[in-house]
Design a protein around this ligand. Sequence first.
Ligand SMILES: *Cc1c(COP(=O)(O)O)cnc(C)c1O
Length: 361
Amino acid sequence: MAVPLFDPATPRAALREELAAALTRVLDDGRYVLGPEVDAFEAELARWLGVRHVAGVANGTEAITIALRALGVGPGDEVVVPSFTFYASAEAIPPTGATPVFCDVDPRTFVATPDAVRAVLTPRTKAVVLVHLFGNVAPVAEVQALGVPVVEDAAQAIGSRAGDALTGALGTIATFSFYPSKNLGGLGDGGAVATGDARLDERVRTLRFHGSPDKETFTDVGYNSRLDELQAAALRVQLPHVHAWCDARRAAARMYGDAGLGELCALPVPAAGADPAWNLYVVRRERPEQLAAALRDAGIGARTYYSVPAHRQPALAAYGREAVLPGTDEAARTHLALPMSAALARAQVDEVVAAVRAAVR
Ligand SMILES: *Cc1c(COP(=O)(O)O)cnc(C)c1O
């Protein structure tokens, strides 16, 4: 029996009728961009997160750029970002005119630490993009206590918790992606920016619509970064199920531990105080490519994601030339994603662990 790396389709299949009805409602309504479905989704997500304002945007990458612009980031500024992340976390910074400055991560948790951020702060640091990577939770309060605003990149972490709060509700402003493989995925691209600050929310809404607060006066060079009605309608159907799906991911992670995976490789460690809703289940072991190949031969989805971290990617290498990031290098060299989804069953987990055991013997 093959075990896929992820499986967004199975949990969604139970909602097929509801999704079809929602899409038909949009078709019949005739408003397709920033209409009543987007308004309702924004209000519902804000309530769900416990944050005052949510603005839908076109994707999770532009959400970061727009959040930074709303904070006033521009040319001459520096923005700190971990290098061990999906490339888009860092790619979103140069379009603001600011310079990305890379910080390290703890390879056990895959997220930045306050010390790693402090090490690269300068008088020009205007903001920090903290990535809740793989669903683990980065130390937002501790980094904000250093005196810089944090943009939470919660693209991989909707439904993760730190204490009583959800990721995306921990700092000044947060961004989400609804790319289909995320914990809340649309039927295409989508994103959102959440903030408790009404002034920042106004800035986001202006920037997402060509830099215009009223569709007549253009006060900023902004973006065409709007959320579609079809996406919002599909996201509204799924939002009430996200906590249950995230709990299923947490249960799958526990099953890996119970099945003895920790004897074969280093398991991902929840950050202090974090209750991660793992979007990807990423273990560490030497020579992960070799293990991945053996697992794929056994029909099990496995892959590395960020073997070349952002600061070594050709497009960003000029910003990363002087970065010394040992935790990043270790994570890049040793990480391997194993199957994870809200539909992962114990029998599948046992099969994955048996295949890992056979491969490393
Ligand atoms: C997916 C992702 C993004 C970008 O989201 P898109 O909607 O694909 O633009 C940004 N940061 C992280 C950590 C992601 O995983």
